[in-house]
Design a protein around this ligand. Structure first.
Ligand SMILES: [Zn+2]
Length: 412
């Protein structure tokens, strides 16, 4: 049953693991080496205690990441070469066929993965986040969140999955093109309904009522040529002390959301600067570009799957003696990320470029020094390390390292 592709898959898996372990180790070593002293650029802005908390938090999360990796790899191998998926197939194919078989198979895989992940996310939330006093979630909220996510996955996921499996079965050779069109439409629809239908299931959103801040923000929107959008405050403090702000939606559902945790910490001018950064993302159409890129990538992936779905070696190589479209889909989503992992640095690079661009926009439409002050507070509140390992940062970070970002802002 096993073939050359099994070896290729194992080699790719080994490369991914080695890279992830090595980068995590570099990060831990680098952060610990710089733990003793606040970097010069931040002297006077950040105190030693805060700096060390960020170092310890970064190290704790990197170490926990290794456990996560071990579990992930064990599960992947159990499903594929270990024969887990074959067992699920044998079980369901004896009871169901056609679309119901496909849905049952895929939901079993998702359910097993979710059960395996549960202790990891419990540990992350109630041990790591708790230890660094970020956690504000109760077990009750945690379970309610997971339950709501499961219900959403079933309510929204089942019809989508049925549609994909149906297209795969009925559309002949070029099914992947139809699936791609469906997938794009489905994602746009989700983005459209997310702010008004999904986000409120998890958080409360109330209009921003501080009149002084409102006036500032509205003046900024005016200056940047934005038709007024909804300004909302989200109860982020329900779950965590981390703070953030974001811009979401298109057209009529467009809205600006501030975490209450962020508003509690920043001065009005700093909130304005953070918002100007978010507006920069919007003005430069970063979200649209990101969506466009993901659509192109998914077309590529689906075209590859279009070839693999009839290839016996792909199924055999990943531990299966049976072959059908639902199994092919599962295998592709299990094994694909092992190969796609190598795209991570490229995606990170593009994202960091966008961040610099948004910072430049903020520096022209608000105050660069206020943005610097806000960033320093946000780094503190998120205990983000000021001294990441350069290679680790290059590979993973969606945001440029603090020192680099602030240096550019100060020269803006
Ligand atoms: Zn940004």
């Amino acid at each position: 049953m096993f073939n050359t592709f099994s070896l290729v898959f194992l080699a790719a898996l080994l490369v991914m693991c080695a890279l992830r372990v090595w980068l995590a180790q570099r990060q831990i070593t680098h952060v610990l080496a710089h733990r003793g002293r606040v970097p010069e650029d931040f002297a006077g802005r950040v105190d030693l205690k805060t700096h060390q908390k960020a170092a310890d938090y970064t190290v704790a999360r990197s170490r926990f990441g290794r456990t996560g990796l071990a579990v992930e790899v064990a599960m992947l191998l159990a499903f594929t070469l270990g024969g887990g998926l074959q067992i699920l197939h044998d079980f369901w194919s004896a009871r169901l066929d056609g679309l119901p078989y496909g849905v049952a198979l895929i939901f079993s895989v998702l359910l097993i993965s979710a059960i395996v992940d549960l202790p990891l996310s419990l540990y992350h939330q109630f041990v790591i986040e708790e230890e660094f006093s970020f956690n504000r979630m109760t077990l009750r909220i945690f379970l309610a969140d997971h339950l709501k996510q499961a219900i959403l996955a079933i309510v929204i996921g089942t019809p989508a999955l049925l549609a994909v499996l149906w297209l795969m079965a009925r559309m002949g050779e070029l099914w992947w093109l139809y699936v791609w069109l469906f997938w794009c439409t489905f994602n746009l629809l989700l983005l459209f309904i997310y702010p008004t239908w999904i986000a409120p299931l998890f958080n409360k959103f109330v209009p921003l009522d501080d009149p002084r801040l409102r006036a500032r923000v509205e003046a900024l929107l005016d200056r940047c040529g934005f038709a007024s959008s909804d300004l909302l405050v989200m109860d982020g403090s329900k779950r965590s002390n981390h703070g953030n702000a974001y811009f979401t939606g298109f057209g009529k559902t467009k809205r600006i959301v501030f975490f209450d945790t962020l508003l509690g910490r920043l001065q009005a001018v700093e909130v304005e600067a953070v918002l100007a950064h978010e507006l920069g993302h919007f003005k430069h159409r970063h979200v649209q570009k990101r969506i466009g890129m993901l659509f192109v990538l998914s077309l590529g992936f689906l075209a590859i799957l279009g070839q693999l779905i009839d290839a016996g070696w792909f199924f055999n190589g990943l531990g299966l003696t049976s072959q059908n479209t639902a199994l092919g889909l599962v295998l592709f989503f299990l094994a694909g990320p092992v190969f796609a992992f190598l795209l991570t640095p490229l995606l990170s690079l593009l994202s960091r470029r966008d961040e610099f661009q948004a910072d430049r926009y903020a520096a022209t439409h608000a105050s660069a020094s206020d943005l610097v002050a806000a960033l320093v507070k946000m780094y503190e509140d998120n205990a983000a390390t000021l001294t990441p390992d350069p290679l680790h940062s290059l590979f993973y970070d969606s945001h440029p390292p603090a020192a680099l970002r602030i240096a550019r802002l100060q020269n803006a």
